[in-house]
Design a protein around this ligand. Sequence first.
Ligand SMILES: NC(=O)C1=CN([C@@H]2O[C@H](COP(=O)(O)OP(=O)(O)OC[C@H]3O[C@@H](n4cnc5c(N)ncnc54)[C@H](O)[C@@H]3O)[C@@H](O)[C@H]2O)[C@@H](O)CC1
Ligand SMILES: [K+]
Length: 510
Amino acid sequence: MIVLTSKQMREVEKIAIEKIGIPSIGLMENAGRETALEVKKILEEENLNSVIVISGKGNNGGDGYVVARNLHNWGVDVKVFLTTSLGAISGDAKVNLDAILNMGIYVAEITQREHLKFLEKTIKDSDVIVDAIYGIGLKGEISGITKEIIEMINQANKIVVSVDIPSGLNADTGKVEGCAVRATKTVTMQFLKPGLLVYPGADYAGEVRVAEIGIPYRLAAEVGYNYNLVTSEDVKLPKRHGNTHKGDYGKALIIAGSKNMTGAAYLCAKSAIKAGCGLVKLAVPQSVQSVIQGGLYEVITYGLEEQNGILSHNALSSVLELIEESDVIAIGPGLTHDRDISQLVYDIVKNTDKPVVLDADALNALVGRLEVIQGKKIILTPHYGEMSRLTGLEIDEIKNNLFEVAKTFIDRYKVTLVLKGAKTVIATKEGSIYINSTGNPGMATAGSGDVLTGMITAFLAQGFSEEKAAIYGVFYHGKAGDIAKEYVGEYGMTAMDILENIPEALKCGL
Ligand SMILES: NC(=O)C1=CN([C@@H]2O[C@H](COP(=O)(O)OP(=O)(O)OC[C@H]3O[C@@H](n4cnc5c(N)ncnc54)[C@H](O)[C@@H]3O)[C@@H](O)[C@H]2O)[C@@H](O)CC1
Ligand SMILES: [K+]
């Protein structure tokens, strides 16, 4: 599903108005009416009837006047408060402000601190708040009286409907600019915005609805959009042909596990099989092979050279031989981190041009010498901690600038990046960003990442491009977690629960 940044949104709006000739006031009418319909639905469902619209001085505020006009026409008790003076409103917003004044709708200015008491009382007496203070035109941090108004909205404990984007949220990053409205629902115009989809923005946006306001969809392609939300529509699975055999679904080699982390290897290999990989070979340290083999009926295991239950660099030639007979490789789950392993991982990556998924300790192994991945068919799956080690950035810096961090990384290394988090973001070699829509907090559990690595590897093995394997793997991993949640809930969910629901999740894609 297409997602546009505020800059891209302005570009499509410009083309729509200036090149195509769609009247801008018509777009505002549609935006306001769609939001009004949403508010009406809430009022009817909850048997409520009074609304306060809080409008800023730009076009977001203009949408707010249209909301007020429509609700008034439908018999709703509606009042409008401006966070600016009446004289500061211009353009399409002014046309709509004049209309509501002419209709006799109550309009008040909140420009001084002494007005706040009155606003507070009106908010208290209203059932629903419409937030039309700032949209995609917000620049910098919110301060002064508007900040107090937003805090008042958040403390009121009312149903809040935000127009386009909760006021105070950075539409592009999801960052809170000083303060932001906590919406129950956000009605966003024509296209999703990235800031609504990642945290903290996603928490503030509440339920998001995209309203069609009359801008042609094709304009998104014209401005060259590069953000996408991955939904079930985007990850349809191909039907398998009748006349096929296991060789058609790929041979994967997984290099994983150590004496204290046999489970990681198990989870990864089993997930690859569950996600449809034709044949999975699992290379582990010799001494743990018999432990791991138990229960892995479908996987061929190899015990390789090791030292104290950890793969050693002496395993390199055996690994390279196994790689010869494999289509794709995954390295990392449960390997542990030491100097010998780091060199082994480095040399494996250096010596193959086959698609490789790098996770966990394989990522740690490449800290400081990432140039080896440059331009290769590689998918990296770091969580924020691993990304911090790879880039030298603080975790908070990564969390607050997910897109920028991901883009800078792929611009430099030209690989596929799966940046794992509560909202996993995938960045592709070509510079596209995909935001995942599945998953839940129950999946924040040990081994969950090993399952994901197995799934991505399986899609790669089945012939998907790195980009598609990453997108599909992340989506269906989240889906399996969502199905697991129905049975075991979030608290008790384990990586095994996710793994066991992979087949059910994949059935949804057919
Ligand atoms: N993009 C589109 O196609 C359409 C957009 N519409 C609406 O228009 C909105 C964008 O309108 P605008 O561009 O007028 O912008 P906004 O209405 O979001 O707000 C911008 C106004 O707030 C001021 N401002 C920005 N940051 C501030 C800060 N930190 N402190 C104090 N003042 C600040 C600006 O100077 C400007 O006057 C959209 O979000 C949407 O709601 C719709 O009316 C119709 C179509
Ligand atoms: K808003």
